[in-house]
Design a protein around this ligand. Structure first.
Ligand code: LFR
Length: 475
């Protein structure tokens, strides 16, 4: 038919979704077919992915898609970076994969950094050392369970794990692997230095593939469940941020930065080669792979997590507010004083974020926000300030003058945040698409299937996105 239909499965911190992407040759229309909770599972002291439940939900989404639309072309899963599951020698999942907000890495962090100092990790891999990175998690797992490597067949990053469960093919896709701290900067090759220093076997990593590889099709058993649908399984730009970046409708890419706004804010720009300077390391930037061969130079800044957890804490205390309502409260709040550092470790684990913000303000000698609106405004102003700083650093590191900031992802529905970002940076903000990861995911599938030339991706994304422009307001 003239309509090409593919499924994008996007697993994020607030929910997982199965999204239908329909392409008519000029734009992509997304339809959320199935949304479900993605609540981490606490078992004993550990925090895990509820992976079997998620698999069940993905199947439910495929079922709905097949019964509504019949034959679909393909499916690809994207998720946040760094997490993985461990398979045994027979390809069975050994235990529920850990969630990066689990704390087991803390105990082994120093030991790892003695064997492999942070600066060296950065130089070797281009990744900013962070205890959430795969390398820290895997090292902790191996220390805690010395039998693990003998029992394990492979580890698979989370999107790869879902692709494996759907198709039976184990592959390590490049963009998601580039978040691991295990690969050589700017390549998909494993860093043998990292593996040998830490005593980890590189054989744990599956065969590597580029983003946009058809790795198989639905396992026969599943295929029967869905009425014989032939669905191909594609390793797309399976890191959600790589997918989001693949959806950016650049107008002047040479002078553009991006902010991917979700639970995290990823502030960066695309470069040809990784940037491995000492200064880049000190400023806290990381290098990850784009779809294709490019590099994403970016900084992870805690993002809407702060609002999500604030919303949860208030709901638990009996005040249920939507994001829209929270932003309205912030809008009616005039100048708020003070700033928080969104990346302070105090804010990184689930809990009473408003309480911790108050604690942070007290301990830094700043006024404690006196109302809910003031809390929300303080969060948003602090995010915009963190964005401003990161963009100034990007300009310094790359010698580029940034003229436009592309904001993409769910967080841009928060129009106050977009305007505050334009004001703080003094630059034009182009916001959209909101469904950045899903649209990027679909774009990469369409290119893998030979239905779209990637040089047209920006144009297609712009036609699909519903873009909004924010200009800085001079005071
Ligand atoms: C965004 C993201 C970031 C990654 C962080 C943790 O969802 O994927 O890019 O660094 O989550 O994995």
């Amino acid at each position: 038919s003239e309509f090409k239909r593919v499924l994008a499965v996007d697993l994020g911190a607030s929910s997982g979704r199965v999204i239908l992407g329909t392409y008519d040759g000029s734009r992509i229309v997304t339809e959320e077919l199935h949304r479900f909770a993605n609540t981490p599972l606490q078992i004993g002291g550990d925090l895990h992915w509820n992976v079997l439940e998620l698999f069940q939900e993905i199947k439910q989404g495929i079922r709905l898609a097949c019964s509504k639309y019949g034959e679909l072309l393909s499916l690809s899963v994207d998720t946040w970076g760094v997490d993985y599951g461990v398979l045994d020698q027979d390809g069975m999942l050994l235990y529920p994969p850990h969630h990066y907000r689990d704390q087991r890495m803390q105990e082994y962090r120093l030991k790892l950094e003695e064997l492999l100092p942070p600066e060296e990790q950065f130089r070797l891999t281009g990744n900013q050392p962070d205890p959430i990175n795969t390398v820290y998690q895997l090292f902790a797992d191996v220390q805690r369970n010395p039998e693990l490597q003998a029992n394990a067949g492979r580890i698979l990053m989370m999107p790869d794990l879902f692709h494996y469960l759907l198709s039976g093919t184990a592959a390590a896709e490049r963009t998601i692997l580039s978040t691991s701290g295990l690969t050589k900067a700017g390549t998909a090759e494993l860093s043998s230095e990292v593996f040998s220093r830490l005593g980890i076997s590189p054989a744990l990593i599956a065969e590597r593939v580029d983003a946009g590889t058809v790795i198989g099709s639905l396992l026969p058993g599943l295929r029967k469940e869905f009425g014989g649908s032939a669905l191909q399984i594609i390793a797309g730009a399976s890191h959600d941020t790589a997918s989001a970046v693949a959806s950016i409708p650049y107008r002047d890419k040479e002078h553009a930065a991006f902010i991917s706004c979700g639970t995290w804010s990823l502030v960066g720009l695309e470069t040809e080669q990784p940037v491995l300077t000492e200064r880049c390391y000190r400023y806290g930037f990381t290098n990850e792979s784009c779809y294709g061969r490019g590099n994403r130079l970016l900084k992870n800044i805690t993002g809407l997590w702060l609002l999500q957890e604030t919303q949860r804490a208030w709901a638990e205390a009996g005040v249920a507010l939507s994001f829209g309502e929270m932003v309205e409260l912030a809008e009616s709040e005039q100048a708020v004083q003070g700033l928080i550092n969104p990346g302070d470790p105090l804010f990184s684990t689930p809990g009473d974020i408003p309480g911790r913000i108050a604690e942070y303000c007290r301990s830094t000698g700043q006024p404690v926000p006196a109302s809910k609106g003031a809390v929300v405004r303080l969060i948003l102003v602090s995010l915009a300030e963190a964005y401003r700083k990161a963009i100034a650093e990007l300009e310094e590191l790359t010698g580029t003058t940034i003229r436009t900031v592309h904001m993409v992802g769910g967080g841009i529905q928060n129009r106050l945040l977009c305007q505050l970002t334009a004001d703080a940076t003094g630059k034009e903000v182009i916001a959209g698409p909101v469904e950045a990861s899903a649209i990027g995911n679909v774009i990469v599938q369409l290119t893998a299937l030979g239905l779209l030339d990637y040089s047209r991706a920006g144009e297609v994304a712009a036609a699909s996105g519903g873009l909004a422009v924010y200009r800085p307001v001079q005071e």
